[in-house]
Design a protein around this ligand. Sequence first.
Ligand SMILES: *Cc1c(COP(=O)(O)O)cnc(C)c1O
Length: 345
Amino acid sequence: MIKLKPSAEKLRAYFVNDVPYSVKLDANEGSNYLLNDVFKIDNFMPDLYPDSDSRSLREKVAAYYRCEAKNIMMGNGSSELINTVINAYCEKGDKVMSFVPSFSMYRTYCDLCGAEYVGAETESDFTQDMDRLILGAREQNPKIVILCNPNNPTGYVTPRKDVVRLLEEVENSLIILDEAYADFSEDSAIDLINSYENLIVMRTLSKAFGLAGIRVGALIANVETVKYIWKVKIPYNLNILSQYAAEQALNNIDRAAGYINSVRKLREELSGVLKNLNFTVYPSGGNFIFVRSPVDNLFEKLMDCGVLIRKFDYEGVIYNRITVGTKEENEILINEIKKLMGVSI
Ligand SMILES: *Cc1c(COP(=O)(O)O)cnc(C)c1O
């Protein structure tokens, strides 16, 4: 098992005395008098600390991801979990590797704990040569390797055989697979958690479930790894409103497939239109597309008409990441781009 940094290793998981009671005077909780009239929900007790282990929610999350509740640790968004894991394993001087460009927050979390972020180059079309990451990991001996699949911001989907190759060939690093967008691409490594003890999969309700505001993410790993990491989990990290809302959402999970399909369809439509307008569009497995625009300063110009996209400067070249919106939102975007290009609408 890959070891936590020494100062985290010596910690013990926060203990919550969870026994039946008639009077609860153990946690300095007040009584709820401000929200009495606001939330009319059965068994909703904002005066008490939430279930620190999100047990009921984990059962539902496990059913959706086809694993067991004991394979899961919930977090305040997967952001909290990614930060917690990097911070728990790495101390000053430890290395974290991932392909670049990838999710910019990895570097931030490394900076926060003094870890050194080492990038492996992607190819000029943003496909990834897994050999580079594997050889890089052999050379650098990083504490953690992070693979964002599908990759944010490029949309690249790592073929399953490459994910397996990474797991087979890099045994001495913790491997985090950030699958924030995997619901859109179908392929996931969750079924591999019992084969690789050093594998942690991160999922979130923020993207394909459309619930970014409730901040719910899940860390999914082998039981031993989950138990081991539990000692660095922040007690009560997921509040009752989030736990409640996430459970309600998972009760409606049969609607997810339809939503995901519609986003994929809209993604392909939007990609097609932009290609016809001479954009370079990179294939994407997420709910966004990564493009090079024939219009200079597209980000700034669209912002002036109230349309927000993202801009990335990668090795001196400007790229844009555009979230796939609703049909209406995409039409507004396309019309504004056509106006900028002087193409008739
Ligand atoms: C959005 C995103 C996350 C974080 O999602 P949360 O809202 O914190 O659950 C993590 N990784 C990537 C690559 C993302 O794009």
